[in-house]
Design a protein around this ligand. Sequence first.
Ligand code: HEC
Length: 150
Amino acid sequence: MMRCLAGLVICTLLAAWVLSGVRADEPVVRDEAVLARQATMRSAKAALGVLFEMSALRRHFDRDTAREARAVLLAALAEIPARFEKPYMDRHSRSRPGIWENRAEFLRRAIAARQAARGVRTVNLPALRRSLPGMMAACLACHDRFREPR
Ligand code: HEC
């Protein structure tokens, strides 16, 4: 019962997050590497959004679409170590310096997120709904630690 409730609360919070828009960038000089890593993140968010909408019954469940979204998610998460290899920054980045100071921990969180993505089940809707919260939690775990709050 408690687990169920906690799951519901987490899902509600995550729903607001996943469905929220990405902020618009102002026309200022941007660092290419920062833009690239943010693009990787947005691709992860878009793929997760598809899966989330299916699991929230906002979109019809379709196994092929779900599988495709999972593949995009996995590919984006696989890019994280390379995208965050060097501490390039610009004023629109929300990366914390800890990424490069505690590289091992950052990489552990990236690996954990990939493992969570592998654990996402797209065979049917109940399996997707069961497996998605773990994925979302892995995204947030890294953001909590390594991304500046707004
Ligand atoms: C290993 C750490 C890590 C993991 C795992 C991770 N993120 Fe991120 N994410 C970051 C960091 C750091 C930033 C800030 C990047 C910057 O602005 O320099 C970020 C930024 C973002 C952004 C904002 C991009 C923009 O346009 O500014 C989105 C959206 C995002 N992440 C979604 C996700 C989703 C969805 C997942 C899980 C599927 C995820 N992230 C997993 C570390 C992570």
